[in-house]
Design a binder for this molecule. Structure first.
Ligand code: ARG
Length: 569
């Protein structure tokens, strides 16, 4: 649709210039002003002429009717002026030719905006804290982050996905103390991350009664920082065990990271940045701690060093950003975390700016809202959490039950149930505007009849099954004969601008909404138009071509939000 829009915009500008050569309006301005009317009776595209009326010193009604006079453009059937709007009706046949041939030609690349060539994006996402549970609160950073990676990759950016593991900090002191008190090798080898988390929870319970445990933990962490070989070995082992568990979940989601450099990696990279802050006179001592005062910018101070000289979360983020800039020379560095960390990011982004790093404006924080399950909030310390692993397992189990009823003889049922179950959770989560808090209701996510993952995956499988029956079918002339065909075509043609919108706003929900539009348009077409049994050979081949086009677009869009292209359901 972008090409059609720009051709129309060009003709509109020509028209306006022929009336008044002084007019300063570009094709791009006008293309950006073209809207999709809510009701197709008002056209497939419309140009509201109200804003222009000031610059053109002419009434909107007059502008619209001047443009409408003898207007023509590719793919346009007719156009009319109504109450200050210039309404454009597209020609179904011409649209079909253009859209279907473009989709067939570009295939897996259809819908990809050509905006990222030669540019690098670094994405910091998922980044769980080792030995703490990988719970539903991490779903957001993991799937939003990965979706943003896929979107950028699709647009031609070189992407580096970084899992900035929380693999350093006082929690390791606690874990070491707890392990020596209550754990042993076999226990952890058999029980894995669950046992580590149990030890962590147990530590907190015990420390409530006996505060000296916290001192012990601090001392063990200090030893770790000093390079004590026993503590280092334990720490490495804890990290390995945790990572093995996370990777199972990533595999289910089809996620791979390009780097697992966690917080510990930056230990020796911080002193240089701290020194730079000191040399530039940006740091001051406040109650023994070193801070950067940000009052002028309406923010509380950014903490750089604690009273005992140890570094903090912002210190590490600053050092990591410098390292990544030097290593990857990024054009954008995206950080996906809960909105609870928005201030942290705003603060250290400002510090990076004050340090004179001219790439500070390439840092982007992408926040998201909280998740609760059936209204319950989650807390790590008490162990009251829903693990991502268990959430997926439950979804898969429920989908298996549904499938056993619906289609008990389906081949490869287990794999399909996994794809649909995991997809259901992901799609449900990504259907929301990321910043909104969501309450997870499993039965809603799994409903095949709702606006859900199972529904759209089922629709995709439906396109596959139509196409499987048509192999070798000769291509005929494209012949449009029903409004549902045109509606489907129009929806398919909007893919590229939708992808751009999702990238511009860092919002995967733009894609889930679009997938629902395509699925809806395809299902209306499927129910109202006979495909394989159509009498007219051209009508039949057109409908097959439309099914293929829908299959390509759905498949491409699924790839952008971690949804598997399941061919049979
Ligand atoms: N590990 C942190 C947490 O779980 C998230 C890290 C986000 N990334 C960053 N560069 N700060 O809260």
């Amino acid at each position: 649709m972008l090409q059609i829009k720009s051709a129309i915009a060009k003709n509109i500008v020509d028209k306006l210039k022929s009336i008044n050569p002084q007019i300063e309006l570009t094709e791009c301005d006008v293309a950006g002003m073209l809207e999709y009317p809510p009701d197709s009776k008002m056209g497939d595209l419309a140009l509201p002429c109200f804003k222009m009326s000031k610059t053109l010193r002419m009434a909107p009604v007059k502008i619209a009717s001047l443009i409408a006079e003898g207007f023509s453009a590719p793919c346009v059937e007719r156009a009319e002026a109504v109450n200050g709007y210039f309404n454009i009706f597209l020609d179904g046949g011409a649209l079909a030719k253009k859209v279907v041939s473009e989709i067939d030609e570009k295939g897996e690349k259809y819908g990809a905006p050509d905006i990222g060539k030669g540019k690098t994006v670094v994405l910091d996402y998922s980044s769980p804290n080792v030995a703490k549970p990988f719970h539903i609160g991490h779903l957001g950073t993991t799937v939003i982050g990965h979706s943003l990676k896929m979107l950028h990759e699709f647009a031609g950016y070189k992407c580096v996905g970084i899992n900035y593991l929380g693999d350093w900090g006082t929690q390791f002191g606690k874990l070491i103390v707890a392990y020596r008190k209550w754990g042993n090798k076999e226990l952890i080898e058999d029980g894995g991350i669950d046992k580590l988390v149990e030890l962590y929870v147990k530590f907190h319970e015990a420390a409530e009664a006996d505060a000296s445990l916290n001192d012990e933990a601090r001392a063990e962490f200090h030893k770790l920082e000093e390079g004590d070989s026993e503590n280092i070995a334990l720490w490495q082992w804890f990290v390995e065990i945790s990572l093995a568990e996370y990777k199972k979940t990533y595999k289910q989601l089809g996620i791979e990271f390009d780097s697992y450099k966690g917080e510990s990696f930056y230990t020796d990279k911080m002193p240089a940045e701290v020194q730079k802050l000191r040399d530039m006179g940006l740091m001051k001592i406040d109650d023994g701690a070193s801070i950067v005062d940000l009052e002028e910018y309406g923010m509380p101070p950014c903490l750089i060093l604690k009273r005992d000289g140890s570094t903090l979360y912002p210190t590490r983020d600053i050092a990591a950003a410098v390292y990544r800039k030097n290593t990857y020379d990024f054009d954008k560095a995206i950080y996906v975390t809960s909105a609870g960390q928005s201030l942290h990011f705003a603060q250290w982004f400002k510090v990076v700016e004050l340090m004179g790093y001219d790439w500070h404006d390439k840092l982007v924080h992408v926040p998201y809202g909280t998740v609760s399950i059936n209204g319950e909030k989650l807390a790590t310390r008490t162990g009251n959490v829903i693990l991502l692993r268990d959430l997926f397992a439950l979804a898969i189990e429920k989908i298996s039950d549904i499938m056993n009823e619906k289609n008990p003889h389906l081949e490869g049922k287990d794999k399909i149930a996994e794809e649909i179950g995991v997809g259901a959770v992901v799609f449900y989560y990504l259907s929301n505007n990321r910043i909104r808090d969501i309450n997870f209701v499993m039965d809603d996510a799994l409903n095949f009849e709702g606006n859900t993952g199972p529904y759209v995956q089922y629709t995709y499988a439906r396109t596959c099954s139509v196409l499987a029956k048509t192999e070798g079918e000769a291509k005929g002339e494209l012949k449009i004969s029903a409004p549902e065909e045109v509606e489907l075509l129009k929806t398919l043609s909007k893919f590229e601008e939708t992808v751009r919108d999702a990238i511009d706003t860092y919002e995967p929900s733009v894609i889930t909404r679009y997938i629902l539009d395509v699925a809806g348009a395809f299902n209306r077409f499927y129910h109202n138009c006979t495909i394989l049994g159509a009498d007219d050979a051209d009508v039949k081949s057109t409908r097959i071509a439309l099914t293929r086009a829908a299959n390509t677009v759905l498949g491409n869009a699924f790839g952008l939000i971690c949804l598997a292209k399941t061919q049979k359901v």
